[in-house]
Design a protein around this ligand. Structure first.
Ligand SMILES: *Cc1c(COP(=O)(O)O)cnc(C)c1O
Length: 346
């Protein structure tokens, strides 16, 4: 057991249950898992192990390095690399044996010329990010590919936007012209849009990790990660004391403060200065002054039982934290950083 003063308490049962819930909500389709960006900050290797035990078979990363990091845990043919394959990545890709998600006719040619092998194909159905334009689906180079998953990505599934149905319709049409073993459209939010969006495989990310991109998931999806930080020092200050960088907080009365091992390098961003709060045994401990790189100061007045080394909980309500900070739930998770001990329990 390491003694890092910063840890993520990770609930393996909640992760597995969230996947099972999303798999169930996907109807006849199976749910895969987006595990890019280190499993949305939670630790990709542990996430992949737990989800494959739960029954998940398809894993999506963005980079080849991320695919390498989880190779050995599942068969490489179960890993899709969403960002595709650049000329300088072809050799690495062939060596690993994971699937590039081919995003253009140029990439299709590149992959075919490198000897091909199983790949996936992204169709751009309106997000105008990565993916083959629908106008290119007749290109003969596609016939040279051995396509496992033909997919597209929804731009606005977290809203009730007309764009959702437009993308669904376009993808359903494209599907008739692109031969593939399986078809996939929905991310976490897309799963909530109904059967028409499920096709053969869904690709949830955020909701696996406790995020709620749509209200339909409330009560069904549960938090997975609870960050905790230790108190490094307790100090008593007089009324008028100025707290932290640039003295943005002045003590209105004598206060007891806890200086906590948590900062913006740990994803606790400066936006929580004077607005965020930590918790201890149900008591709210408001952040006072600026959050700095490694330290945050909280008001622990009246908490006489707290000592240096004691653990404080962060708020793990992603919806609330997103509202409070102006950050997305995605940013709150992927920003967690490398300094946490990641501790899984069931
Ligand atoms: C990140 C990503 C997902 C997962 O999206 P969530 O909104 O986190 O569920 C699915 N598909 C693609 C192509 C992605 O980039």
């Amino acid at each position: 057991m390491s003694s890092q003063p910063l840890r993520l308490q990770l609930d393996s049962a909640a992760l597995a249950n969230n996947w099972r819930t999303l798999d169930g909500m996907s109807g006849a389709a199976r749910a895969g898992a987006a595990v890019k960006a280190n499993g949305y900050g939670l630790g990709a290797r542990d996430v992949v192990k737990l989800l494959s035990t739960a029954g998940c078979r398809d894993f999506f990363v963005a980079h080849w390095r991320e695919a390498e990091e989880i190779s050995g845990l599942v068969d490489p043919s179960q890993i899709s690399v969403l960002n595709g394959v650049l000329p300088q990545e072809v050799e690495r890709a062939k060596r690993l044996g994971a699937k590039p998600v081919v995003n253009s006719t140029a990439q299709a040619l590149r992959w075919a010329e490198a000897g091909g092998g199983l790949c996936d194909l992204m169709i751009d159905s309106g997000i105008n990010r990565l993916g083959l334009s629908p106008a290119d689906i007749g290109d003969p180079i596609l016939r040279k590919l051995d396509i496992d998953i033909c997919m597209s990505h929804l731009a606005s599934a977290d809203e009730d936007a007309a764009q959702n149905a437009a993308q669904q319709k376009l993808f359903a049409d494209v599907r008739r012209y692109v031969p593939a073993r399986r078809y996939s459209l929905a991310n976490s939010a897309g799963i909530c849009l109904g059967t028409d969006y499920h096709f053969d495989l869904t690709r949830p990310g955020l909701a696996l990790y406790g995020g709620l991109p749509r209200a339909e998931l409330r009560g069904k999806i549960h938090p997975v990660a609870l960050p905790q930080a230790a108190i490094l020092q307790i100090r008593d200050v007089q009324a008028g004391a100025q707290i932290g960088y640039n003295a943005t907080f002045t003590a209105p009365r004598p206060m007891r403060l806890g200086v906590v091992s948590l900062g913006y390098a740990d994803g606790y961003l400066r936006t929580f200065s004077n607005t965020g709060s930590l918790h201890h045994n149900g008591k709210i401990l408001p952040v006072v002054g600026r959050v700095s790189m490694d330290l945050t100061i909280v008001d622990i007045s009246g908490c006489d039982t707290l000592h240096e080394g004691d653990w404080l909980d962060l708020d793990n309500d992603l919806v609330k934290n997103a509202r409070l900070s102006g950050l997305s739930q995605y940013e709150l998770l992927t920003g967690l950083g490398a300094r946490y001990d990641r501790v899984w329990h069931s």
